[in-house]
Ligand binder design. Structure first.
Ligand code: ATP
Ligand code: MG
Length: 199
């Protein structure tokens, strides 16, 4: 007679075999392009969590925050002086506050020059381009040169791009895409945005 314990053991053994077979198949060693998209909260915080993970392994990182010109986010204050990180915030205030399209385009182009140089630097293990996707949505940057630079980057370099909506061209070349879906948000219950949670 098989007991509950036996059944459980059998099931777990099968599961482990399936998983081990999948692990054995994943042998390629290279960097990946990760996209964090969707309308829920958690895209940028996921990217910065991964950054902390990489730093723990003594890796070197490049960060560019597109759009968010204000330099008072917790991630900026915490990471800006870290010796393993080249941290950059795009030149100038929130797009929807400045309402100066020409200045926004100039700032975006300047930030892209920096981003491109990071994509050519094999000493940088991980890059975070936070909110890059908006640059294409607003038409501030062309997506084609970005795709080209991503495809030609050093083989072992990991890149994380965040933003609510993602250009199709980026999705086509991505290795990992996660959708952060909004189910509930405190803001809609009238809770004020707070340091350490929203910024
Ligand atoms: P986070 O930086 O917290 O990981 P995110 O990168 O996923 O958030 P963004 O679109 O960059 O989200 O928006 C950043 C800010 O907007 C955060 O303060 C977040 O709490 C807030 N936010 C995100 N999603 C929602 C939502 N669905 N409704 C209201 N506010 C939101
Ligand atoms: Mg974000």
């Amino acid at each position: 007679m098989t007991t509950e314990q036996d059944k459980h053991q059998q099931k777990m053994k099968k599961r482990k075999e399936v998983l081990d077979a999948k692990i054995a198949k994943a042998t390629e060693e290279r960097g990946v392009l990760i996209l964090m998209k969707g309308n829920g909260k958690g895209k940028s915080s996921s990217a910065f969590g991964t950054l902390a993970r990489a730093l723990g392994h003594q890796q070197k990182a490049g960060v560019i925050q597109f759009i968010k010109g204000r330099k008072h986010t917790g991630e900026f204050l915490f990471f800006k002086d870290h010796p393993q990180i080249d941290f950059n915030v795009m030149g100038h205030g929130f797009t929807w506050e400045t309402q100066d399209k020409q200045k926004d385009i100039e700032a975006a182009k300047k930030a892209w020059v920096k981003a491109k140089s990071m994509l050519e630097d094999p000493t940088l293990n991980i890059l975070i381009f936070d909110e890059l996707s908006y640059m294409f949505k607003y038409g501030y940057l062309d997506v084609a040169p970005v795709v080209e630079a991503l495809q030609n980057r050093p083989k072992h370099q990991n890149v994380i791009i965040t933003g609510r909506t993602m250009a199709v061209e980026l999705q086509e070349i991505a290795d990992t895409i996660s959708i952060v879906q909004d189910e509930k948000h405190a803001f809609r219950q009238g809770v004020k945005a707070q340091a350490g949670i929203e910024w």
